[in-house]
Design a binder for this molecule. Structure first.
Ligand code: ATP
Ligand code: MG
Ligand code: MG
Ligand code: MG
Length: 435
């Protein structure tokens, strides 16, 4: 992408409405634009990151055996009347009437919708276990939308749903999501801690929230320090038997405020006690027959009809962008982890119009693009200082700086955003390093 032809509406001033750094930086870098309280337009830079986060979620869901579908954002109220949640859900639900005076709602989650899909098509226990997920926009009419995408009203969520023939099998499904979540967040450079959680309006008896520790987080959390740096399990695991890995991570104390047990926390050694604030980026539930029973989602088992056991598994995809920025920034701006950066490399032309500079930049742009790197070519007429500042602000991991002085000796400069390290080397060597 040539910056001169991109749409990157950077803000010069810090927006007054932004109380936390991720919100401020997302507005300043032109990633998002608020159009109503908690409702955002995703501008090109923000959308690129959002898509990269989605890709990682999709890859990890596929590894865990979940299959993607897409359900409508508008749902019939009648479906929610079947589960009894239409009346229960309260003011967070946006209720809508169509021209025939039918009650619709903008889905805040999709247990009912997916259960309807399931019961219409799955008849035999032989088709289980099944895990279906979607990545789609949800709407919750939050009382206090704030902190940008952290607490939006319209937000992007990955929601998966598991269907199993009995509780033992459903717990395996739960474990697969548990491990997939640890891997997902770790690939985004985040340290997510699974914590015992309240099940809220979704209901059920087994639940964990995945929490990123951050002072600006809205949840108060309590945990054993060793959980924070425990590495993600990775992909070389036995997906059919994950209980040991899950036990390792649930044996140590970790709970959100609603589930906090002062006495149990008291048993954690003093130097290992961590009470902090955190951001909820994911939440998994096992709730058995809560929806399948009233909605009659059953299959034929070997000994007759059985009601399926279900779980649901949410990831706050759009919230993750805020969480990643909270975890990775400095005074100059965002520091994107390479896995989700909007561009891999910025090619900075220090003197557009100079024949040698233009030719070298074009060559770098073409070669890196051909190698599959996502390149932002800064070909604008701005001063070098302004270019450095804006590329730092938007947080591109590598900056390839090309100017007339260096080129005279066949050299260019390479800067790494995360460390600030700069090296000057021969043009081709630097290119090879980036490819
Ligand atoms: P919160 O406690 O922050 O209100 P929640 O517990 O109501 O979240 P869940 O129903 O567990 O949310 O939804 C799954 C995930 O969706 C959450 O873990 C969170 O990452 C994300 N999410 C929920 N509400 C919002 C929101 N208003 N804006 C952005 N992401 C959200
Ligand atoms: Mg909520
Ligand atoms: Mg919550
Ligand atoms: Mg939750």
């Amino acid at each position: 992408m040539r910056l001169s032809r991109f749409f990157l509406p950077l803000l010069k001033e810090n927006p007054a409405e932004a109380q936390i750094v991720s919100h401020r930086l997302m507005l300043r870098t032109g990633m998002i634009r608020q159009q109503a309280a908690g409702i955002y337009a995703w501008l090109p830079l923000g959308l690129k990151v959002l898509r990269k986060v989605e890709r990682i979620v999709e890859e990890e869901m596929a590894r865990a055996g979940s299959i993607q579908l897409l359900m409508p954002t508008l749902q019939l109220a009648d479906l929610w009347r079947e589960s009894g949640r239409y009346e229960d859900y309260g003011q967070e639900m946006l209720r809508i009437k169509d021209r025939h005076d039918r009650d619709l709602l903008y889905g805040p989650t999709a247990e009912e919708a997916v259960t309807e899909v399931f019961r219409a098509s799955v008849k035999s226990y032989k088709d289980l276990p099944l895990n279906l997920y979607q990545i789609s926009w949800k709407f919750r009419d939050e009382q206090r939308p704030r902190f940008g995408v952290m607490r939006g009203r319209e937000f992007l969520m990955k929601d998966a749903y598991s269907f199993d023939v009995d509780e033992a099998s459903a717990r395996k499904a739960y474990n697969r999501m548990f491990i997939a979540y640890l891997n997902t967040f770790s690939r985004m450079g985040l340290k997510a801690v699974p914590m015992r959680a309240d099940t809220g309006p979704i209901g059920g008896d087994l639940s964990h929230e995945f929490i990123i520790l951050a002072d600006t987080g809205e949840s108060a959390v309590f945990c054993h320090k060793d959980l924070v740096d425990m590495p993600a399990p990775g992909h070389d695991v036995d997906w059919n038997d994950l209980q040991g890995l899950v036990d390792q991570r649930t044996a140590l104390y970790a709970a959100t405020e609603e589930m906090h047990d002062e006495a149990a926390f008291g048993e954690v050694p003093e130097d290992k006690k961590l009470s902090a604030r955190g951001i909820e980026v994911g939440h998994i539930f096992y709730f058995g027959e809560k929806y399948s029973k009233p909605m009659k989602a059953t299959v034929n088992g070997p000994d007759g009809e059985v009601t399926v056991h279900m779980g649901s598994y949410g990831v706050g995809v759009s919230r993750l962008l805020g969480a990643i920025i909270e975890a990775s920034h400095d005074e100059a701006g965002i520091i994107w982890p390479e896995s989700v950066a909007p561009f891999d490399v910025a090619v900075i032309n220090l003197r557009p119009g100079d024949e040698a500079c233009d030719a070298a930049c074009e060559k770098a742009y073409a070669a890196l693009t051909a190698a599959g790197r996502d390149v932002l070519y800064n070909d604008t007429d701005e001063r070098p200082g302004a270019k450095f500042a804006s590329m730092d602000l938007i947080g591109i991991p590598w900056q390839l700086i090309i100017g007339p002085k260096g080129l005279a000796e066949g050299k260019v400069e390479l800067k790494q955003r995360a460390t600030g390290e700069r090296q000057t080397a021969l043009f081709d060597d630097v290119l090879n390093q980036l490819i």
